[in-house]
Design a protein around this ligand. Structure first.
Ligand code: ADP
Ligand code: MG
Length: 269
């Protein structure tokens, strides 16, 4: 993607929500794949000790010698931590359970909140020419998530179309505000994306309405439907865009990529 209006360097998006099971990892994997389809070069950073994004993109646990932990806390070559995927324009920095101890080790580290920021901006990163870096955050507002928010240009918030969806959102927004007031004044909300949406279900419609009432324009137009192909894809170590390119889930993630790309064009213009 050679857009002369694009700011120098990759756009970094943290995919965050302290609730588990809302679609963060699914969105990281499939938005990455959709951006690649649109011609972008994308790096996924797995920042969750559960390592689901790594598994979903085909990096076996025994094959994760160097991980996000090393990126943050050890002096390793980028070439060691950045792992190729099946797609030439997509790579991942995988995670393992090691990362759960990083959260504790970070507390005693003076630069603790800026480690990911600095790691992603090291000069050796330039050679990769990423268009996007997507950070898959853990289900918590811990120091790892704060690292992601400080490293990122924007936060994308998946919201599961379920009862209690909006609960906890004010805490997430408060964390974004705190990061803005301290370490990263330019941090934006990329948007809130409704996931596992079922248009025929009253509850989904209610969550959509509540989200619009509370968050206004922050709610993205694209909604990700609940789609069994989306949930099957990770066990084949594939994004749904490859596993079933014609599925509703694949189409929705293409729309999400388009919406995010067009927003960036507008910001750049
Ligand atoms: P998180 O990373 O926020 O914990 P996941 O992305 O792992 O959430 O999603 C939680 C579960 O929901 C997974 O089993 C995933 O396959 C499933 N899931 C996510 N999005 C969809 C969807 N659109 N349709 C069906 N299942 C989904
Ligand atoms: Mg996850």
């Amino acid at each position: 993607m050679s857009d002369p209006t694009r700011p120098k360097g990759p756009k970094i998006i943290a995919i965050a929500n302290q609730k588990g099971g809302v679609g963060k990892t699914t969105t990281a994997i499939n938005l990455a794949a959709a951006l690649v389809e649109a011609g972008c070069k994308v790096l996924v950073v797995d920042l969750d000790p559960q390592g689901n994004a790594s598994t979903g993109l085909g990096i076996d646990t025994e094959d994760r010698q160097y991980t996000t932990y090393d990126l943050l806390l050890d002096d390793v070559e980028l070439g060691e931590v950045i792992r190729p995927t099946d797609k030439p324009s997509m790579a991942i920095i995988p995670a393992t359970v090691d990362l759960s101890s990083a959260d504790i080790e970070l507390i005693s580290n003076e630069k603790r909140s800026f480690l990911l920021h600095d790691a992603l901006r090291q000069p050796a990163m330039d050679a990769y020419h990423w268009d996007y870096i997507l950070i898959d955050c853990p289900p918590s507002l811990n120091l790892l998530t704060v690292n992601a928010m400080i490293a990122a240009h924007s936060v994308l918030i998946p919201l599961q179309s379920e009862f209690f969806a909006l609960e906890g959102l004010s805490q997430l927004m408060l964390t974004v505000r705190e990061v803005r007031q301290t370490a990263n004044p330019k941090l934006r909300i990329e948007g809130v994306v409704l996931t596992m949406f079922d248009a025929r279900n009253n509850l989904s419609q209610q969550v959509k309405q509540d989200a619009r009432d509370n968050l206004g324009d922050l709610v993205l137009t694209t909604k990700i439907p609940r789609n069994v192909r989306v949930s099957e894809a990770p066990s084949y170590a594939q994004p749904v865009l490859d596993y079933d390119p014609g599925s509703k889930g694949a189409e929705a993630y293409r729309n999400l990529a388009r919406e995010i790309l067009s927003k960036q064009m507008k910001t750049a213009a």
